[in-house]
Write a protein that binds this ligand. Sequence first.
Ligand code: SF4
Length: 466
Amino acid sequence: MTEARKLYVKSFGCQMNVYDAQRMADTLAPEGYVETTTADDADLIILNTCHIREKAAEKVYSELGRVRRLKEAAAADGRRVTIAVAGCVAQAEGEEIIRRAPAVDLVVGPQSYHRLPDLLARAAHGIKAIDTEFPVDDKFNHLAAPSTAAMRARGISAFVTVQEGCDKFCTFCVVPYTRGMETSRPVSQIIAEIERLADAGVREVTLIGQNVNAYHGAGADGRPQSLARLLARVAEIPGIERLRYTTSHPRDMDEDLVAAHRDLPQLMPQLHLPVQSGSDRVLAAMNRRHSRADYLGLVERLHYARPDLALTSDFIVGFPGETEDDFAATLSLIGEVGFSGAYSFKYSPRPGTPGADMGDQVAEDIKSERLARLQDVIDDNQAAFNRGCVGRTFDVLFERESRYPGRLTGRSPYLQPVQVTAPSSLIGTIAAVIVTEMFGNSLLGVLTQNPEQQPAQQPAMAGAGA
Ligand code: SF4
């Protein structure tokens, strides 16, 4: 038997990358790779990169300097370390990575992870391998299925990629260039994966995609199915008690999906719906293809379908041409919707996107000042939302033991972490909790029933939530 080789994957950025890292590990497991939590003793180091944040490529090159030194130290001990760069920076930079960082053995784009074993075999013969194509075949048909142990290691709550890529071409965003056009996995493939996750103890599934509500995967009859239909099908899987999906584009929120928030009790009352700006002028310049009124109308329909729905969003401040009036429109939209949280960023030009070539870039100090003001408003909204949760009773899904002895950490329907004094036998189950206090963004609560009197639920499988 060959000795196990150690794999270290460092993921940057979004949940899609976290999921991709798991699937890369699944694909390399049959090749004898086992995951390790540190780069120091790894035989294969994969940097799974993200291109969304500012200076993403430069951060990857600086990280590569660190792993190059590890590779050199291992070589001095007679041990070979292979370095791979994956993810969106790999896709965008391609062979430039090997030119600037010759210690890198292979570069692989997000659509080619199923080819990792071949690329590694070539790298073992000293051939620098680069695969950043958008292949016509579906990588999900080729990625190895995770072992039961790998499934269990995912815990109580798991992400499942159902869609990749984006055709929207917002003028600030690199995703259409790094992840390609919108593609969707077939329904049967997704259902089979979630059934296995449920068998391994997963109770909550978040369907993910760069533009997840553009989902249009083939159903049993070969015809495209909507995300609403997919959610309804996933909700039928025994053991899956909670459903979420992210990230959505307002234009792709069709009426079936709005209705799913009314009709599917498993669908949690929380939705991340990026708006980016509250100004029609800026929305048009961003090529968002929806107006402020469209967004507010959609929010109204969602609240009609599910009155307790809480919304989170993304905002970009200082997009080229944004005036103080445009920014005020964003603040007023936040006031109208009352988001329970948001991610907010200063606009930073991404090479190759139309926004980078727009003439009227906003000065850095103005962007910083607007971002600080916007974040104050969002923080106030979030604190008000959390304060409003005190005294309410929520179903909490317990995920793991807390770092405070005797307590468990779970999640409310709104994704807030909730600390509760409870026995570890409740991990993987849902119990009613009265929220008694808030600490920053987390909540403290007490079980409404003595744990011995909790209704019997299907227990979590071993290894989950450790
Ligand atoms: S919809 Fe989202 S992923 Fe697509 S281009 Fe716009 S910001 Fe990027």
